[in-house]
Design a protein around this ligand. Structure first.
Ligand SMILES: [Zn+2]
Ligand SMILES: [Zn+2]
Length: 83
């Protein structure tokens, strides 16, 4: 596959690949990492069996919810699993 074909394959695919594990993601069970802007698997709906490739946290100062992908969580010494 040459570069042009790869771009077409990427743009015509409706499912985006997770920046952590590389598997396709099903919207809306995705989140954007605050640190690397990568999109990854995340859900807070416990009825849905979707793997989590990152975590969400509440900022102590702004009380805003933010998301961290598993890669950035690991590099920042945080656990990969949302609590
Ligand atoms: Zn993933
Ligand atoms: Zn990240």
């Amino acid at each position: 596959m040459d570069e042009a074909e790869q771009i077409i394959a990427m743009t015509t695919s409706s499912r985006q690949a997770c920046s952590v594990c590389g598997d396709p993601m099903d919207p809306p069970h995705t989140a954007s990492c605050l640190f690397c802007s990568g999109t990854f698997h995340l859900t807070w709906d416990t009825r849905v069996e979707v793997k989590d490739c990152g975590r969400f946290d509440l900022d102590d100062q702004s009380l805003a919810l933010y998301f961290t992908c598993g890669s950035c969580a690991a590099s920042r010494g945080m656990g990969a699993q949302a609590t």
